[in-house]
Write a protein of this length. Structure first.
Lengths: 62, 166
C-alpha cells in the first residue's frame, strides 16, 4: 500500500533520498538510552559480519 | 567504545559537574537517527572552572591526542585545554572529540541554546537538538554531513507532528 500521499513534504523528500522511515518510527518509540544501546548492538553486529566476511575471504584465498 | 563506556564517561562528567553538550553522531542517535556511530563528540564550556573539572573527569581514561607519534608527551590538563580549542582524542575506550566551538553554532554558551536535557543511562545530559544538528551539518557542508540531513529533517518533522498530537 502506498502511504506516501499521506506524508508531509520533509518526509516525502526523506523517502526520495532513501531514508527508511520505518526505522525512524521504531527508534522514536524507544527512550534515548535505548536508542544508544541499539546503536551499539547494531555496531557489534556489523563488526561480527565484517569478521565473518574476512574469514570467508581468507578461506577462499587458501 | 561500548555502551558501558559511554555510561561510565557520562557518569564521570556529570559527577564532576562538567558543563558539556553531546553533539555529533551520538546526539543524532539519541534523537532517533538510525545511522551508526562509535564516536562520542562533546562541546564543552571553556570557563576556567569547567576546564579543571573536565580534565579531572577525563583523567581516569588515559586520553591521548589521536594520530600523533606515540612518544609525543601530552597531558590533558586544564592548561592543555586552555591552550587549544578542539581536540581529537583517543582514550581507553575509544575516540572522543572535544569541541570548544561547534561549527555553525559557536561556543558552548551559544550551542547550549540548541540543546535539550535528556536522561541517558540515568544521567541528565545536555544533547544537541535536531534543529541544532541540522544547523551544524548545513554549516560544515561536508558530504558526510549533508548525507545525514534528510534523515535529521525527517526526524524533526516527526517530532513536530508528535508534539501537535499531544
Amino acid at each position: 500500500m502506498d502511504r506516501s500521499r499521506d506524508l508531509t513534504y520533509p518526509l516525502k523528500e526523506a523517502l526520495e533520498d532513501g531514508v527508511d522511515l520505518t526505522q525512524l518510527y521504531e527508534r522514536l518509540r524507544l527512550t534515548p538510552t535505548e536508542r544508544i544501546k541499539k546503536n551499539f548492538q547494531m555496531l557489534q553486529l556489523a563488526q561480527e559480519l565484517r569478521k565473518a566476511g574476512q574469514k570467508d575471504r581468507d578461506g577462499i584465498r587458501r | 567504545m561500548t555502551e558501558s563506556d559511554v555510561e561510565r564517561l557520562l557518569g564521570e562528567l556529570y559527577g564532576q559537574g562538567v558543563k558539556f553538550i553531546i553533539i555529533g553522531g551520538m546526539a543524532a542517535t539519541a534523537q532517533g537517527s538510525a545511522y551508526l556511530t562509535a564516536d562520542l563528540d562533546l562541546c564543552y564550556s571553556r570557563d576556567r572552572e569547567n576546564l579543571e573539572k573536565l580534565a579531572g573527569a577525563l583523567a581516569p581514561f588515559h586520553t591521548k591526542l589521536r594520530d600523533t607519534p606515540e612518544n609525543l608527551p601530552f597531558s590533558l590538563d586544564a592548561l592543555a585545554l586552555r591552550s587549544g580549542l578542539n581536540f581529537t582524542l583517543t582514550t581507553d575506550f575509544g575516540d572522543l572529540d572535544l569541541f570548544g566551538e561547534v561549527f555553525g553554532l559557536g561556543s558552548y554558551e551559544e550551542a547550549v541554546r540548541f540543546s535539550q536535557e535528556m536522561e541517558l543511562f540515568a544521567v541528565p545530559c545536555k544533547v544537541l537538538t535536531l534543529e541544532g544538528l541540522v544547523k551544524t551539518k548545513e554549516a560544515t557542508g561536508r558530504p558526510k554531513d549533508l548525507r545525514l540531513l534528510p534523515e535529521l529533517k525527517a526526524l524533526l518533522e516527526l517530532q513536530k507532528s508528535q508534539k501537535k498530537e499531544s
